[in-house]
Design a protein around this ligand. Sequence first.
Ligand SMILES: O=P(O)(O)OC[C@H]1O[C@H](OP(=O)(O)OP(=O)(O)O)[C@H](O)[C@@H]1O
Ligand SMILES: O=c1cc[nH]c(=O)[nH]1
Ligand SMILES: [Mg+2]
Length: 210
Amino acid sequence: MDVLVVDHPVAQTRLTAMRDARTDAASFRAALHELTTTLVYEAARSFPIERYPIQTPVAQTDGTRLANPPLLVPVLRAGLGMADSALALLPESSMGFVGLARDEHTFEPRAYMESLPRDLTGRPVLVLDPMLATGGSLEHCCRLLAERGCTDITVICVLAAPDGIARLEQTGLPLRLVTAAIDEQLDERKFIVPGLGDAGDRQFGGMPRF
Ligand SMILES: O=P(O)(O)OC[C@H]1O[C@H](OP(=O)(O)OP(=O)(O)O)[C@H](O)[C@@H]1O
Ligand SMILES: O=c1cc[nH]c(=O)[nH]1
Ligand SMILES: [Mg+2]
């Protein structure tokens, strides 16, 4: 699996704000928006483009557009905080949604929402989820996409743990990963260390589980 770590200073300062336990929810969301812009910008560097004729106020020339705009798939809840900035950067995209909540005891994802096009053949997909911990949630999401014929999946994360990367690699799915950092390990609650805590709670506050 191709893994790109975006170590640009603009990305790393936003990541630091997100890691800092003193950062309040509004500032955490703002940092996530800005960081997502840099991650998606780097992910889009390899997107195929096509040229087409346009008229400037002065002369005719050729313009550039994406040859195949992607489907964006935020993984609820935490991925919702990445959706707006990804869509702003790639306004030609469309969006699907997957809702997953990790069980606190088994650490396996429980699916509660799925809104995806039936056929994703020939369609590139950008999956948006800030956290790749055990990899269970993103594996589940990427399998849903592959079942629909997708052969071009880019996972955009803020933080990735080595266990999660290994788990995605083992799936053999057609994936690449773009992340701001690869952290050291998981703790006994399967939280990323040093990490940033619960990315959903830090954006939206705690909520009772189902
Ligand atoms: O790699 P994993 O071990 O599966 O963990 C990562 C998942 O955990 C978080 O979601 P969570 O289940 O906390 O739901 P939330 O976004 O509603 O907070 C995160 O946004 C990922 O989806
Ligand atoms: O560290 C972690 C692990 C899973 N989900 C989170 O939000 N944070
Ligand atoms: Mg959470």
